[in-house]
Design a protein around this ligand. Structure first.
Ligand SMILES: C[S@@+](CC[C@H](N)C(=O)[O-])C[C@H]1O[C@@H](n2cnc3c(N)ncnc32)[C@H](O)[C@@H]1O
Length: 389
């Protein structure tokens, strides 16, 4: 399945680019054509039909339902959480009261920083933590999230105030400049056209999203953030990868998180990538796949432009386990680790990098940079010193 929605005039550029390629490279049953007609709104569909002469079209598929928007989802889930709390059995109700008392004591005494607000959904989650230390860990995480949210709100407010002040201070002839004004949407259209090209002819990179059961909710959130950072780096790269999410179920926590944390909520941000619930072996030939895993016995010496690299969609900071190595071994796939030891004298922390760091490194070597240059994307605190090539 490919997610591609087209709402604005600005997307026409990407669409026009796709359409120019379609008659040359796709037959009528191509998944590309199908996704285009599945997702295009009416105006753009007409536009596509007009420009697709010479190609017999596949049946037009119904547009995906977008009725369950974020707000309705939120109210639904909080209503069902309230319902669940009401229907708790006697023992669980007692436990919940004890937890709420524990929370109030922590809050009043200030002995431990707890979030200011607890929703019914959060209480239901709290009930699943058996120990005080597990609950404290989760409180700490929730407090952090709350503080970040508040920080974002303040920042937004300050930005708004600043822009108002700037507007007032602006000289009346500010538009009288020799520099051409390029809109953000125009720049985005340019990026989209490159991503669209990568989706058709570019090198795929697979993110294996089948590890959700091994992660806590906060880990999935971190993974989502890392993925968005990686997507952002890829979007502005001159020769981007074709991002492929494999094994990502439509009701997964990750998908939910992705839906809720659109890169820029005030703009329509489209993810030009393949988002599939299929296993990667059903999508690409086995012999091309190389699973990147920090526990692999072999080292990736050079970047192969024909290989399809698989990156584990996993955050396991608390208890790291060689899960991707075990999976690649079980599926008899080629595997490799990044050549960190050849170029770096390691400082602190383990050699397992985050998903966005791995993407940044691969993008760097993809454009022809050396490993030493690429490893600048690793945080400085981890590196004692970098060796020369
Ligand atoms: C945070 S790591 C997860 C580590 C986890 N213990 C595992 O089994 O893969 C996320 C992903 O980034 C990639 N990765 C991280 N460090 C790597 C390294 N040194 N070499 C190769 N791939 C790496 C792997 O694909 C890994 O699955």
């Amino acid at each position: 399945m490919v997610l591609f929605t087209c709402h604005r005039h600005s997307d026409r550029m990407a669409l026009r680019y796709l359409l120019r390629q379609v008659p040359l490279h796709c037959n009528r049953t191509s998944p590309l054509l199908q996704f285009m007609f599945q997702a295009l709104p009416r105006g753009s569909k007409k536009y596509a039909l007009e420009h697709l002469s010479g190609v017999r079209l596949c049946a037009q598929l119904p547009a995906p339902s977008i009725t369950d928007t974020k707000d309705t989802q939120k109210t639904d889930s909080s209503a069902s959480a309230a319902e669940k709390i009401k229907n708790l059995d006697e023992e669980m109700t007692k436990k919940l009261k004890i937890l709420q008392l524990e929370y109030e004591v922590m809050k009043q005494l200030g002995s431990f920083r707890v979030p200011d607000n607890m929703t019914d959904e959060l209480w239901l989650e709290m009930l699943t933590f058996p120990t005080v230390s597990a609950r404290k860990r989760y409180y700490r995480y929730l407090k952090k999230v709350e503080a970040a949210k508040l920080g974002r709100q303040l920042k937004r407010q300050k930005k708004l105030e600043d822009s108002l002040v700037k507007e007032q201070d602006k000289p009346s002839q500010s538009k009288n400049t020799i520099f051409m004004f390029i809109r953000k949407s125009t720049i985005n259209s340019f990026y989209y056209s490159r991503l669209a090209h990568a989706m058709m002819f570019g090198q795929p990179i697979i993110f294996d999203m089948s590890f959700e059961n091994y992660m806590r909710k906060q880990d999935v959130h971190r993974l989502c953030e890392q993925f968005l950072m990686g997507y952002g780096s890829n979007k502005v790269h001159p020769d981007p990868f074709h991002f492929v999410l494999s094994g990502n179920q439509s009701n997964s926590m990750f998908q939910n998180c992705l839906d809720n944390t659109r890169v820029n909520k005030h703009e329509e941000e489209h993810f030009l990538m393949t988002n599939s619930d299929q296993h990667y072996l059903n999508l690409y030939p086995r012999e091309k796949l190389v699973y990147l895993t920090p526990d692999a016995p072999s080292v990736l010496q050079t970047f192969d432009h024909d290989a399809i690299y698989v990156v584990g969609g996993l955050v396991d900071k608390v208890v790291p386990k060689p899960l991707t190595m075990a999976k690649a071994k079980k599926e008899r796939l080629k595997m490799a680790k990044l050549p960190l030891d050849n170029y770096i004298r390691w400082g602190c922390g383990n050699k397992s990098l985050t998903l966005n760091q791995v993407v940044d490194i691969l993008l760097e070597v993809k454009r022809g940079s050396s490993w030493t240059e690429a490893f600048r994307h690793i945080p400085q605190r981890k590196i004692r010193y970098l060796l020369k090539d």
